[in-house]
Design a protein around this ligand. Structure first.
Ligand SMILES: NC(=O)c1ccc[n+]([C@@H]2O[C@H](COP(=O)([O-])OP(=O)(O)OC[C@H]3O[C@@H](n4cnc5c(N)ncnc54)[C@H](OP(=O)(O)O)[C@@H]3O)[C@@H](O)[C@H]2O)c1
Length: 246
């Protein structure tokens, strides 16, 4: 399957690696163009392309770019064939800049889907890049981390759930795109590296009224300005995030 990973930063590069290891044909794109991606592309035996070409060539497009940048790709995404599956893995943090209308939507992904004029699915947004790179396991292993997948089209969701499995994580159906508020920052499933049983229970007990408080508390508790570009202490972050959403 041809999978375009748009955005190859902290987490996009790890996701692209996991997909390439699973023998998918990965196409990489970022905002600076394919010249800036030759090294990573060679390392992953992937192709580097412009965003337009990557979207046009892919069966599945994974958007691994900042939330606020996604609406700007609307024109390109609308040109993709109707069969192209679009997955987004972003997280909206008002602390990084309030965007009008987002909080009124059923979920942040619902808002994004409206902005770009295409259906999207949500996956891989609930795991730190560090966990994505270190905690992938083959099916059947006891310490497998589970990840929620949300979306409206059952067939497309099956495809994306299989891709999540291919990257080493147990895929759990988290419902429709409107339901995906349960997997947004501040939820007990968010960056807490749970197994499938605990993840299902955490999705069920997500409390929308409490999530903004817990989201901001998590950032305050785990933020470490010395931790490179990410700022979040991902070594202790999983435990910190679990404790806050207990
Ligand atoms: N980091 C994590 O642990 C983590 C976990 C879960 C979800 N996420 C989500 O994943 C997304 C990426 O996070 P990140 O930490 O990997 O960010 P990042 O390190 O800042 O990387 C962002 C990537 O997006 C690209 N990009 C930005 N605007 C673009 C545009 N208009 N067109 C094409 N490419 C564009 C950048 O390309 P250039 O470098 O060329 O500008 C870069 O490759 C975010 O939505 C974030 O919320 C992150």
């Amino acid at each position: 399957m041809d999978i375009a990973v748009i955005g190859t930063g902290n987490i996009g590069s790890e996701l692209a690696r996991a997909l390439a290891v699973a023998d998918h044909d990965v196409i990489l794109a970022n905002s600076r163009g394919p010249e800036s991606l030759h090294e990573l592309a060679a390392d992953l035996q992937a192709r580097a392309a412009t965003v337009d070409d990557a979207v046009a060539q892919a069966d599945v497009v994974v958007l691994s770019i900042p939330f606020a940048a996604i609406p700007g790709l609307g024109q390109t995404l609308r040109r993709a064939p109707a069969s192209t599956i679009i997955v987004e893995m972003s997280n909206y943090y008002p602390l990084a800049g309030v965007i009008e209308g987002v909080d009124d939507a059923a979920s942040t992904s619902t808002w994004l889907s409206r902005q770009i004029g295409r259906p999207v699915l949500k996956a891989w947004n609930t795991i730190f890049s560090r966990s994505l790179s270190l905690k992938g396991r083959a099916p059947g292993q006891s310490d497998r981390v589970a990840l929620p997948v949300a979306g409206d089209d059952p067939e497309d969701k099956k495809v994306v759930m299989q891709l999540v499995e291919d990257t080493g994580f147990e895929a759990v159906d988290a419902g429709t795109l409107a339901d995906s508020w349960r997997m947004q920052p501040g939820s007990p499933v968010y960056c807490t590296d749970l197994d499938a049983t605990a993840l299902r229970a955490a999705l069920a007990r997500a409390d929308r009224t409490r999530m903004p408080h817990d989201r901001d508390a998590q950032i305050r508790a785990a933020y470490n300005p010395e931790n490179g570009g990410v700022g979040i202490d991902m070594v202790n972050g999983v435990q910190i995030y679990r404790d806050i959403t207990q």
